[in-house]
Design a protein around this ligand. Structure first.
Ligand code: G1P
Length: 290
């Protein structure tokens, strides 16, 4: 079984729900407490053992590349001022030379197309896919748990959670079959953004995947689906002809930072776990709510 070494981050989206904040900066660079959203997602991948980080970017996304680059002037100034602590924190979060790659999705044709744009960088090996709208907080990170399940099952692993049955139209929804090794389950049905009446369950795809490279061949000819976009969900389901899709039930918190309310909740949740901020934020919230 090949190890999952590479992760793909599709970051070409326009962020229209966050205008005007995202007029000049990428939505992935909006900050949750003091780190941009994208950094939480990259850290989750690194913690799961990922060694190479592939970004599918677009126009106006250069700030993401700069964020993960060495900022020589800043590092030099911090060193001269004796700010060793913050400097070593920045350095420890810095990908090594050659650990990070960027490619562009030239047209907004959907998530399936964005993933396909990474095919040459991924090559012939399994890869993790992390959608940066979703950030997570858990004892064991979502991707780490998925890699463990992958090591027991091979094939493909897709993380799911339960949603309000009225909200199935926001997500990809799966139908669960038999339990498989390692506490996962076989996915026997999958549909992108169904109306509640058509949804096979309330188990939604939460934006974390481990996929085999055969997905790229399917994506190459995948027709447009829901929202007139090339849907990853449709392509993944076709893989079932030759290999299994394993569902991984993620236990932990997820914040959909693609929506203002999810983004605000993420800020509160992550601030409340910071020793230097927790008490002040708790007092602030209490004062406001009474
Ligand atoms: C995408 C996927 C969907 C998944 C969702 C999670 O949709 O297509 O299956 O449930 O991410 O965030 P999007 O949010 O890009 O419309």
């Amino acid at each position: 079984m090949k190890k999952v070494r590479k992760a793909v981050f599709p970051v070409a989206g326009l962020g229209t729900r966050f205008l005007p904040a995202t007029k000049a900066i990428p939505k992935e660079m909006l900050t949750v407490v003091d780190r941009p959203i994208i950094q939480y997602v990259v850290e989750e991948a690194r913690e799961a053992g990922i060694e190479h980080f592939i970004f599918v970017t677009g126009r106006n996304k250069a700030a993401i590349e700069d964020h993960f680059d060495v900022q020589y002037e800043l590092y030099d100034t911090l060193a001269k001022r004796g700010k060793e602590e913050v400097l070593s924190k920045l350095r420890s979060q810095q990908p090594e030379a050659g650990e990070i790659s960027f490619t562009r999705q030239q047209e907004p044709l959907g998530l399936g197309h964005a993933v396909w744009c990474a095919r040459e960088l991924v090559g012939d090996e399994p890869f993790a896919l992390l959608l940066p709208d979703m950030i997570m907080r858990a004892q064991k990170s979502c991707m780490k748990g998925m890699v463990e399940l992958y090591e027991q099952t091979g094939e493909n692993v897709i993380a799911v959670e339960e949603c309000d049955p009225a909200e199935t139209g926001k997500y990809g929804i799966v139908e669960a079959g038999d339990t498989t090794a390692g506490g996962g389950f076989e996915i026997v049905g999958m549909v992108e953004k169904p109306k509640p009446a058509d949804a096979p369950s309330n188990l939604f795809i939460n934006g974390r995947y481990i996929l085999q490279p055969e997905i790229f061949d399917i994506l190459a000819t995948q027709e447009r689906g829901a929202g007139n976009e090339i849907q990853l969900t449709d392509a993944m389901f076709k893989m079932r002809d030759t290999q299994k899709l394993h569902g991984y039930r993620y236990k932990g918190e997820t914040y959909d930072c693609g929506t203002p309310e999810g983004f605000i909740e993420a800020n509160i949740a992550f601030a409340l776990e910071r020793p230097d901020l927790a008490d002040k934020v708790r007092e602030m919230l209490k004062a406001r709510l009474t």
